[in-house]
Design a protein around this ligand. Structure first.
Ligand SMILES: [Zn+2]
Length: 405
């Protein structure tokens, strides 16, 4: 896999390694039985850019590998579906004129696009994963099965005109060619248009010790500080931003052509918050790295203790994030019998590298302890598995490993 020598946002080569999570396979590919043993392992290292303060993994995963066959459906989670419905309402009421045009790149199964359409917008989704695009079309949405690029933008503008809103959720951190995509956004956006996106917030990772958010596919870990400089380079400007609780702490960022809108005070407040927490210097990240090592030690000790006392253990929520944690902890089939995940796209597949089998929910017979790998969905999972909760216990990894109830 090619590894970059320069920062994706500013091109600087002054990149400092601050966290090494060891060699792991790509977290987003769940091998089938026939594919087991063919996984390739890559170093999972995180760097800080001394020039623009951005945080990133330098391995460049070709978009074809990342998104052509995608095993994650947003609408599977009720929490996510509700989140995106409210999100569409906010954006629609603030920025979309009657019958206005919304484009979403990386629209997944249409979890945001569908509510936009229902509200009355002309909605177009760009989704590179063929299997996911098909599902979105099945919901009555207009989808282009393609990558968002400068050339695609020309095609869209010709057919539909410029966009009142361009949205991108949890994709703006998964892009290697940030410059190319952002040039496309700049071109497609109407004069008074808004580019709105949600990404996981680097502050949540650092302050909340969420190192499970780090995997190769998640190439960028965004701060307002670094994004501001980057978007300005492209003639865009952040005019509003706010923290949103989804995925354990994301940010919703609103940007426009430079000088087109008044800048809300919330932008300044977030910049100050990042500075106060040392997120615009290497110091905050070095401190984080030593806390991560300590957490791994505690988690592995807890799992071994449970196992040696005869407990049968299953994992819950077998996402890319689970794969990072399990591979970093070195926790395989010797500790965890199997994993549970709600996404049918993953049933019958395995955790890459460790080969733990994945089953659908409702399969917890004989299990004493469930490791809550999808800890950001704690409430939802505990409600769903209420029968298990009556007799078994959940091992919650964060903030410190502990058993519930
Ligand atoms: Zn940089």
């Amino acid at each position: 896999m090619p590894k970059r020598a320069d920062c994706r946002l500013c091109g600087s080569r002054k990149l400092t390694l601050f966290l090494d999570l060891g060699k792991t396979p790509l977290a987003g590919h769940f091998p089938t039985k026939e594919e087991l043993g063919n996984e390739k392992f890559y170093p999972l290292e995180v760097f800080f850019c001394e020039n623009c303060t951005s945080v990133q993994v330098l391995e460049s995963i070709p978009a074809e590998i990342l998104f052509k066959d995608y095993r994650y459906l947003s609408s599977v989670s009720k929490t996510l579906a509700e989140h995106f419905t409210a999100y569409a309402k906010e954006v629609y009421n603030r920025f979309i004129p009657k019958g206005g045009f919304v484009v979403e790149f990386g629209c997944n199964d249409g979890v945001l696009l569908k509510p936009f359409k229902d509200l009355g917008a002309t909605a177009l989704g760009i989704e590179p994963a063929e299997n996911v695009a098909k599902i979105a079309r099945g919901r009555g949405l207009e989808i282009m099965n393609d990558f968002f690029s400068e050339s695609l933008v020309e095609k869209i503008a010709k057919e539909y005109g410029k966009a009142d809103v361009i949205a991108g959720n949890n994709v703006y951190a998964h892009i290697d060619d940030m410059d190319g995509v952002t040039k496309g956004i700049k071109k497609l956006l109407a004069k008074n248009g808004v580019f709105v996106f949600e990404v996981h917030y680097v502050a949540s990772i650092i302050l909340g010790l969420q190192y499970d958010m780090i995997y190769h596919e998640h190439m960028m870990y965004h701060s307002i500080h670094a994004l501001k400089t980057f978007l300005e380079k492209h003639g865009l400007e952040i005019f509003d931003a706010k923290k949103v609780p989804i995925h354990g702490g994301s940010i919703r960022v609103f940007s426009c052509h430079r000088g087109e809108r008044e800048i809300e005070s919330r932008v300044k407040e977030l910049l100050a918050f990042e500075h106060e927490n040392d997120l615009d210097s290497i110091n905050g990240y070095v401190k984080f790295a030593s806390r991560v090592k300590e957490h791994k030690k505690n988690m592995v000790a807890k799992l071994r203790e449970l196992k040696s006392s005869g407990k049968r253990i299953a994992g819950y929520g077998m996402s890319g994030r689970a794969n990072t944690m399990l591979n970093y902890w070195g926790t395989g089939k010797d500790i965890i019998d199997f994993g549970i995940d709600a996404s049918p796209e993953r049933f019958g597949r395995f955790v890459p590298g460790l080969h733990i089998p994945i089953k659908p929910p409702g399969n917890l017979e004989g299990i004493d302890v469930v490791v809550l790998l999808a800890w950001t969905y704690k409430k939802e999972i505990m409600e769903k598995e209420w029968e298990f909760a009556k007799r078994g216990r959940f091992l919650v990894p964060f903030p410190e490993p502990h058993l519930e109830p």
